[in-house]
Ligand binder design. Sequence first.
Ligand SMILES: Nc1ncnc2c1ncn2[C@@H]1O[C@H](COP(=O)(O)OP(=O)(O)O)[C@@H](O)[C@H]1O
Ligand SMILES: [Mg+2]
Length: 223
Amino acid sequence: MDSITAVSVRDVRKTYEGGVEALRGVSLELPAGKITALVGRSGCGKTTLLNLCGAMDFPTSGEVEVAGLVTSGLGDKALTGLRRGKIGFIFQFFQLLPTLTALENVELPLLLAGASNVRATARERLDWVGLPEKADSLPWQLSGGQMQRVAIARALVHNPAILIADEPTGNLDTASGDLVLRLIRRAADEFGASVVMATHSAEAAAIADLRVRMRDGLIESVE
Ligand SMILES: Nc1ncnc2c1ncn2[C@@H]1O[C@H](COP(=O)(O)OP(=O)(O)O)[C@@H](O)[C@H]1O
Ligand SMILES: [Mg+2]
């Protein structure tokens, strides 16, 4: 069976105010259920491309289609719906809300999306990342690896079609990083999420189905 495309990037350029050309003509298809790793040195445009795939920013030219919608054409309401309904985010520094418990952090995307039965679903995801006993812990009471697992539970709680991960193991020791990578692999396999992950880590790139090497705002190779 041919794979379904979750995100389609077509001939995209991105020039920031001030004139930096972060992307200089990039085309890429992100398949559902697969992990795509973006690799390349700092400044080559990985985070810029992730932001476009997450409908958090827009191309200067070309277009990005996310879950069937061209992002540049969307109004605020549709954009918010797309981000909250279809996309999950994981960051290098976790970005958990410090005053909320682990469980409350995981519930948040569901609350924002207006879902019911929020608590039970959030508990299910916290179990899935192996942290049922940390539900009532605050982020500062968790290790880095545990915080990232909570962040993964939060990113997946609404079954997003697209999971965006920016250097997800960049701040973790090897053992915690490996655990996080296994969860990311399972997110693609079990939930069918299209994962796009920017990474400097060879271990992270190794779990990907597709490795996209970027250089100076261009794709150098895909393997
Ligand atoms: N908001 C911004 N405003 C201006 N320039 C930016 C902005 N974000 C990134 N850049 C520049 O765009 C280029 C690509 O950055 P980025 O996408 O963050 O690369 P990477 O994630 O691969 O390190 C860099 O030259 C960076 O300095
Ligand atoms: Mg970056």
